[in-house]
Design a protein around this ligand. Structure first.
Ligand SMILES: NC(=O)c1ccc[n+]([C@@H]2O[C@H](COP(=O)([O-])OP(=O)(O)OC[C@H]3O[C@@H](n4cnc5c(N)ncnc54)[C@H](OP(=O)(O)O)[C@@H]3O)[C@@H](O)[C@H]2O)c1
Length: 207
């Protein structure tokens, strides 16, 4: 069993939370967050090393499932070439107007579940008139339409809200978007301006 900084970090997280195990742990990004959109370095060896530590931690019962986030196809291949446990999930940005279809297909092919983060574009999708018009057609809110769109793509969806009413609304998914309208939504023009959130690396900005 290997030690090293990654295993120390996993042990540190367990200790901080007072847990014996963690259900799912992800590598947040193949690059250090401050280097996203700033560097070409994909940290191949470092990612393999962290992944080995996560495999060991899983073997030791400290983690139930292990995965990745913000990994592109090459980053995934880098792990697949050396891993003994395949990543179980890849958590990526996926919302109406900004959906990485090729990456989703690739993950599907590799039997890696995809989790969609920022499904309502951190709130920006709620200001899009075309999304609002389609939501009205189905008698739902723009947030519900965004969440359902991701669900119908076969994704696990991670909406965030601090509002109980929004939480209840986001769980009401008793409608189906037609294939025709899914095609319209898949082809909507990309949101270019994420407003106050534009500086976040996930929306193309730099920390
Ligand atoms: N792996 C990564 O790199 C990464 C990156 C970014 C985010 N994430 C994760 O993804 C999750 C969501 O991220 P996010 O906050 O960026 O995105 P989000 O869920 O797309 O957007 C959250 C915003 O939408 C609003 N909202 C949610 N439901 C609503 C509703 N029904 N009606 C009106 N407004 C609604 C919230 O406001 P209210 O609170 O007022 O409802 C909040 O301002 C988080 O758990 C986060 O940790 C992961």
């Amino acid at each position: 069993m290997q030690g090293g900084p990654a295993m120390e970090s996993i042990d540190g997280s367990l200790k901080t939370m007072g847990f014996d195990y963690i259900d799912l742990m992800l590598i947040h990004s193949p690059q250090p967050w401050v280097e996203v959109n700033q560097s070409e370095n994909r940290y191949k060896e470092e990612n393999r090393e962290v992944w080995r530590a996560m495999e060991d931690a899983m073997q030791a019962g400290k983690l139930r499932a292990i995965g990745i986030s913000n990994f592109l196809e090459d980053d995934i291949d880098n792990l697949l070439e050396s891993c003994t446990v395949k990543p179980m999930v890849n958590q990526v940005l996926a919302h109406i107007t900004n959906t990485p279809f090729e990456l989703l297909d690739y993950c599907r092919k590799q039997h890696i579940l995809v989790e969609a983060y920022s499904p309502v574009a951190h709130g920006e999708a709620l200001k899009n008139p075309k999304i609002a018009a389609m939501a009205e057609k189905y008698g739902v809110s723009p947030a519900q339409l965004c969440i359902k769109y991701d669900l119908q793509l076969g994704l696990i969806v991670l909406p965030k809200t601090k509002d109980v009413k929004h939480m209840e609304e986001n769980a009401r998914m008793d409608f189906v978007i037609s294939e025709e309208d899914m095609d319209v939504l898949k082809n909507l023009e990309r949101i270019k301006d994420y407003g106050e959130s534009s500086f976040f690396p996930v929306f193309g900005g730099k920390m």
